[in-house]
Ligand binder design. Structure first.
Ligand code: HEC
Length: 212
């Protein structure tokens, strides 16, 4: 009955009509390839090879904040506290929950914000400033980078530049990060999943056993 109201022609061409209803399983149209639409969160590049700014990363899954983490050059140099916040695209997060590791087209964002100490009713402790002090992205794009992860640096909200493979980013992440060159040991909801799925890197397991 409802169908008739919405699609008056259905009486005559019932089958074609059902196929036109969004979400209908009955589509018989085989002329369209069933290629999955590219997720709007997948990494995209300029023709010069710069990574486009992941404009919606603040709507992605939040993994963790670090404050004054000792590896962070900006935090070490600053005379104030520095926060960093890590986000990942939701498609990759969902896969990690299933498998304990990252799929192709994972995009991880690390943003830095200044730690503020006095403001409004706060007189102790730190909160985050509104100004974005830095943004770095870790991307897994297998076709484009021969199966590898790469890092990009942003100093604007348009596009970011690729770090060369000699940059210290790559060696520290490869040698110390818990899962697939990412620092899952610092992401509290992911660490137990990686443990359960046995996806820790050999380097990380070795460091953990030596630390005991
Ligand atoms: C000495 C070790 C070290 C070096 C060098 C390093 N990082 Fe990291 N990185 C970390 C740690 C630890 C984290 C954990 C997240 C945090 O700070 O909360 C991290 C996290 C990240 C993340 C979040 C996603 C992930 O992979 O876990 C990005 C993006 C990132 N770093 C980019 C960079 C870039 C770009 C460089 C080079 C300019 C770099 N890092 C150099 C240790 C390092």
């Amino acid at each position: 009955m409802l169908l008739k109201i919405a699609f008056p022609a259905c009486g005559l061409l019932a089958f074609a009509c059902l196929a036109a209803i969004p979400g209908s399983q009955l589509s018989t149209d085989t002329s369209q390839p069933s290629a999955k639409p590219q997720s709007p969160n997948a990494p995209a590049y300029t023709k010069e090879g710069r990574l486009l700014f992941p404009a919606h990363y603040r709507e992605w899954v939040f993994l963790s904040s670090g404050i004054d983490m000792s590896y962070n050059r900006k935090a070490l140099a600053a005379d104030h506290a520095m926060f960093d916040n890590v986000f990942v695209n939701p498609e990759a997060y969902a896969q990690f929950v299933q498998t304990g590791t990252w799929p192709d087209k994972t995009v991880l964002v690390l943003e830095s914000r200044m730690g503020m100490d006095k403001g409004s009713i706060n007189h102790r402790g730190h909160f985050q400033g509104t100004e974005l002090m830095g943004l770095e992205v870790h991307v897994k794009d297998e076709a484009r980078f021969a199966g590898n992860w790469v890092f990009f640096d942003f100093d604007n909200e348009v596009s970011g530049s690729l770090f060369p493979k000699e940059a210290a980013c790559y060696s520290c992440h490869a040698e110390h990060a818990a899962v697939d060159t990412t620092f899952v040991q610092f992401y509290p909801t992911l660490l137990p999943i990686a443990k359960q799925k046995h996806t820790f890197s050999a380097n990380y397991l070795k460091e953990e056993s030596e630390a005991k």
